[in-house]
Design a protein around this ligand. Structure first.
Ligand code: S3P
Length: 172
């Protein structure tokens, strides 16, 4: 698929799949800048995601995702955008850029998180990963929705971020 040069690249997928890591690798390989929707929200509120969930609840956080989605649609181009795992639900997602779904099994995602040097922090900052059973249900509910939303699906299991980024750039 050939995309317009000014089109953003939007990475979607489940928590811990490696969206941020792959965004940075894409940035390094392409020379495009990268932004992350959770970072945008944290700066807008001057508060960590975990605290936003705790103090204001999930609905409030989802509204902040909508606000950042509008800003991304109207003001950002030629940028790699990594997103929070539920960001794909914003109604204008398709208008933001080319949507790339980073696909992996639930087990591989958890292996990746648990073996990370910052595993404790990675789990602590994600309120929706607190309960493994609930996280697995969420994963199963979302899989079809991620697929339906995507322009391109890339399987990332057991692949190096460098290789994944190269594969994505070749497809665009
Ligand atoms: C969420 C994923 C998180 C963060 C928030 C909600 C989700 O981002 O946006 O905790 O609904 O899946 P990551 O996918 O970067 O962990």
């Amino acid at each position: 698929m050939k995309t317009h040069k000014s089109k953003n690249i939007v990475l979607i997928g489940f928590m811990g799949v490696g969206k941020g890591t792959i965004a940075r690798e894409l940035s390094a390989q392409s020379g495009m800048f990268a932004v992350d929707t959770d970072d945008l929200i944290e700066s807008l509120e001057n508060m960590r995601i975990k605290k936003i969930f705790r103090e204001n609840g999930e609905d409030y956080f989802r509204n902040l995702e909508k606000t950042s989605a509008k800003w991304l649609e109207n003001s950002v181009k030629n940028t790699i955008i990594s997103t929070g795992g539920g960001f794909y639900k914003v109604e204008n997602i398709k208008k933001i850029g080319t949507i790339i779904y980073l696909e992996s099994s639930f087990d591989a995602i958890f292996e990746r998180i648990l073996h990370h040097p910052n595993a404790k922090r990675k789990l602590a900052k994600r309120p929706l990963l607190k309960d493994l059973k609930k996280a697995q249900i969420l994963f199963e509910e979302r899989t079809k929705e991620y697929e339906n939303c995507a322009d391109i699906i890339i399987n990332v299991e057991n692949k190096e971020p460098k290789k994944i980024a190269k594969e994505i750039l070749l497809l665009l």
